[in-house]
Write a protein that binds this ligand. Sequence first.
Ligand code: PHE
Length: 338
Amino acid sequence: MKQALLELREKALQELKSALEKRSAEELEHFRVKYLGRKGLLSEYLSKLPTLSPEERPAIGKLVNEIKGELTGGFEEAKASLERPKVVAPLTDISLPGCLPSIGRSHPLVQTIQDIKDIFARMGFQVVSGPEVELEYFNFESLNIPPDHPSRDDFDTFYISDDVLLRSQTSTVQIRVMQKQKAPIRIIAPGKVFRPDTVDARHSFMFHQIEGLMVEEGVNFGHLKGVLHIFAQTYFGPDTRMRFRPSFFPFTEPSAEVEISCTLCKGHGCSVCGGSGWIEILGAGMVHPNVFKAVGYDPEQYTGFAFGMGVERIAMLKYGIDDIRLFFENDVRFLSQF
Ligand code: PHE
């Protein structure tokens, strides 16, 4: 009889489990009637007790009561569980304050380029771009840079093959634009340039430039000065002064190095400007007739000016950053300040 009772227990538990899994109240009630009801199987066993020998009776009686207790407990639990709504996902406490995901932002150099673009866009300059991997022709030859010029040396340019290189200046885009378009032209071309410089606080093997080019009949040096003045005073503030110093670039004639009054000491002289009160921000000049000839423009008909500025340098001056490497280290403590 003990064996039969143990088997009954096993079977009953299985049925209970199945009723619970199906969440069937009907099956559960069926279970109750079948095992625990007044005329149920366990009652039946209890009523058989008197037929057992006096030695067997207490042990079987105890077992029947234990099983009854277990099944009753199981049934109550199952019933309660069926009455509770089924919880599919863990409950979320919607009264808790939310946690904001950290939102990224543009890199300070991207912001600087954008600010500069905005200023030139208001003067009618269109934004264009050119390839970073360039032909030697666009980087040097077409820009009137002779084969023996020091910048064409292996030590000053990253060569990929004899005539393919990483552009060392955005002036390449002047040629690409003039090859495709007729004058009048007013463009700026932001982008990366590469030079095999040793990395330190002021140099990097990769940096950004913004090239500018304006070509039209009658464009003169005064237009160049006017455009750059507007740029410097809009970007660095209305008190900014500017000066042009004679310089040399093979693709402009005359050429100038353009300096602004030091943004830190306002021209009084400090460590950033080396005590002079002036800081160079770009190279510029009137487009050389040989450059016009290289793209098939008539230098007698058209004149133009070009300039090229270093974006990192301009951002460093604007924000008082003293190490160019900060731009490229991706340290969020630095980047999140912009
Ligand atoms: N390409 C020159 C440089 O990288 C800058 C420049 C651009 C000068 C256009 C004159 C005109 O130094």
